[in-house]
Design a protein. Sequence first.
Length: 299
Amino acid sequence: MERRAHRFAGLLLIAAVVAVLSPLSRAAESRASFDDNFSKSCPETNFKTSEDGGTWYLSLNKEAGCGFMTKQKYRFGWFSMKLKLVGGDSAGVVTAYYMCSENAAGPERDELDIEFLGNRTGQPYLIQTNVYKNGTGGREMRHILWFDPTEDFHSYSILWNNHQIVFFVDRVPIRVFKNANYTNNFFPNEKPMYLFSSIWNADDWATRGGLEKTDWKKEPFVSSYKDFNVDGCQWEDPYPACVSTTTDNWWDQYDAWHLSKDQKTDYAWVQRNLVIYDYCKDTERYPKLPEECWLSPWD
Ligand SMILES: *[C@@H]1O[C@H](CO)[C@@H](O)[C@H](O)[C@H]1NC(C)=O
Ligand SMILES: *[C@@H]1O[C@H](CO)[C@@H](O)[C@H](O)[C@H]1NC(C)=O
Ligand SMILES: *[C@@H]1O[C@H](CO)[C@@H](O)[C@H](O)[C@H]1NC(C)=O
Ligand SMILES: *[C@@H]1O[C@H](CO)[C@@H](O)[C@H](O)[C@H]1NC(C)=O
């Protein structure tokens, strides 16, 4: 289940240095235009925006995929975007939406992943999440969704602070990853991360374990994006500029260290109904379960 590591390796970071930055670390909340906050790596033909610039379309064809990344790095915050996924026959196609400390999949990267695994027409998408620390992953979970993610835009968000990482779909927490807070724990909290998205061909593993191949007669495959929203801490050297304790940094405050009562209700429902795979239950793969599997999501 280890996915291809070099999915974004083709990215060429535009070497533009953002010249004017406030020396102070500050919270950023914005709905800016694409070029303000992102660089892309793909042929022009594979990237389009709507006329008003508010919606972006990434496409995959036999020649190329497409990806973008934020120009800024962040450490902790709330990261959100609305996506509408490739409809129809999307087997083999993966849309990834993730945070990563590096712009190529280096051996020491930290990463928080959401991947949408396409499927044959009418068959359900799966959403796979994963967490990497210092190049080590293997923390996959898979969920089905309670709606068809190809019909409309839905929001997919990550809350990240020093206590927990929570993956949300339309504000419903689908996965909680806790910080055990002991030496050598498996919790990425040191390296600031960029936010990325990309669409690529993964028909060697994605759909029914690679049995279903991408049907190139159906190209181009298009994912749509809008409403990028960050309420978090932009990284500015030197470390630890982003450790914030002021009260407006809600993502890093007590209430964001654990699920609220309502979130717990939603999370319990997700656990009962939507989980397809959980590495913490896979004792064949992990005869000795990773330590974080023993942490309670309810604390
Ligand atoms: C987007 O870019 C603008 C202009 O550089 C900047 O002021 C803003 O903080 C950026 N937004 C985010 C969320 O990084
Ligand atoms: C991170 O991984 C590299 C090898 O990939 C290793 O040399 C290094 O010691 C690791 N760092 C930590 C803090 O575990
Ligand atoms: C981790 O433990 C240290 C030392 O006990 C404490 O100062 C720190 O606040 C803890 N961090 C979290 C995220 O619980
Ligand atoms: C695709 O559909 C098949 C049949 O319903 C299902 O078993 C599978 O989990 C779905 N998703 C993926 C990514 O294989």
